[in-house]
Design a protein around this ligand. Structure first.
Ligand code: MG
Length: 391
């Protein structure tokens, strides 16, 4: 079998590097053909030297100049800016595109990959949170396929393999519960940035770590699941599971529940997405026997963690509301990280923006331009509401 040819959007980030680690371990199975990154020219240069892609792209202009200076021979074609990322996304020789840019920067190139009919291994959350209807419609129209990389959605995807969709009763999205799982409201009111950044299990970037502490991340994952699996929000349930060994579950109409269990290491879901429908031999990820004990599951307390419920409210409100919620939350989390908003203020900003969106209307969300306009309006509202906390 010829190797699967892979393009990576966001190759220098955490998911991108883990993807390259899997590719490095299976050189007969995979070949890197195109890489795109934001501004880390030093790391991208190392990757170009090791994997010899045909195309490499950097968004940042100065970083791109340094990359050009490092590779004057032209063996790897170099491109800059958004156009470069879109070229990597739609690279003709790529069979599979890993979409791992962080934030809204992932929207345009992921849409380009879907329009080009690629198989997209999706790690960029904003793709489905901000524009789920548009992305899934585009994928269906172009014959493209979305395979999730997020651990919960990979778990559900694996549990659904070989099953009839009509037999699904419910999805259980598991959540670690974050560092404040057992906290009370008085404690949450005085949480410091350092405490919120200390996630008990997963090592992640600051934004998603805060989103895990508020459960906003799980709310966004419910929105992703709604689009990825074409399932109604009422069929999605969040369960706190602090041990993070069960990555999610599917309940079927006969009462049977299938769970996907494994080490909390993103290389598992990445490898599954790259090799699907086959599995790679990843002995280093085998779960040690001591990990099979003390598993707990509990429903989250909505009075302490309202952000998860806000995601369901946004889904019920209409197609533009999840994008507004995403924008509000980015502004709120940045304000919290800068010490300008208390921890509990994050949910208040998010709730306030949804309320304002309901009052003023958002318009449709059926193009990328419309989604980005909603994003801009919601950010402005969120800044106004967050500003009210500083006085
Ligand atoms: Mg996740």
């Amino acid at each position: 079998m010829p190797p699967t040819r892979i393009a990576i959007l966001g190759s220098t980030g955490s998911i991108g590097q883990s993807t390259l680690d899997i590719i490095r371990r299976f050189p007969e199975r995979f070949r890197v053909v195109a890489l795109a990154a934001g501004c880390n020219d030093a790391r991208l240069s190392e990757q170009v030297r090791e994997f010899h892609p045909a195309l490499a792209s950097l968004a940042h202009p100065q970083a791109f100049e340094r990359l050009q200076a490092a590779f004057p021979d032209g063996a790897t074609a170099l491109q800059a800016g958004e156009g470069g990322a879109a070229a990597v996304a739609a690279y003709p020789d790529a069979d599979l595109v890993v979409s791992a840019f962080v934030g809204a920067a992932g929207l345009v190139p992921t849409l380009a990959a879907l329009q080009a009919g690629k198989t997209v291994a999706l790690a960029n959350k904003e793709t489905l949170v901000m524009a789920g209807a548009l992305m899934t419609r585009t994928a269906a129209a172009g014959g493209a396929r979305l395979i999730p990389i997020d651990s919960e959605h990979s778990a559900i995807f694996q549990c659904l393999a070989g099953q009839r969709r009509a037999d699904v009763r419910r999805l259980y999205l598991t959540a670690s519960g974050g560092p404040f799982r057992t906290a009370d409201r008085a404690t949450l009111a005085n949480v410091s940035v350092e405490q919120a950044l200390a996630h008990p299990v997963w090592r992640m970037g600051p934004k998603v770590t805060i989103d895990s502490a508020t459960l906003m991340n799980k709310g966004f994952e419910a929105i992703e699941a709604r689009w990825l699996f074409d399932i109604s929000p009422e069929q999605i349930k969040i369960l706190i599971h602090p041990q993070c060994r069960v990555h999610s579950m599917v309940e079927f109409v006969d009462g049977a529940i299938l769970a996907q269990v494994g080490a909390p290491d993103m290389r598992g879901p990445i490898a599954y997405a790259l090799a699907y429908p086959e599995r790679l031999d990843l002995g280093f990820l085998a779960l040690p026997e001591r990990d099979f004990s003390g598993w707990e599951f509990a429903s989250p307390d909505p009075s302490l963690f309202p952000c998860a419920d806000l995601a369901f409210e946004a889904l019920a409100d209409g197609p533009g509301s999840p994008a507004a919620l995403n924008a509000a939350n980015e502004v709120a989390v940045a304000a919290f990280l800068n010490g300008r908003l208390p921890f509990l203020g994050i949910a208040e900003v998010n709730r306030g923006v949804l309320r304002r969106a309901r009052a003023e209307g958002l318009g449709d969300a059926d193009s990328l331009g419309a989604v980005l306009a909603i994003d801009r309006a919601a950010r402005q509202w969120a800044r106004e509401i967050a500003g009210g906390f500083t006085g």
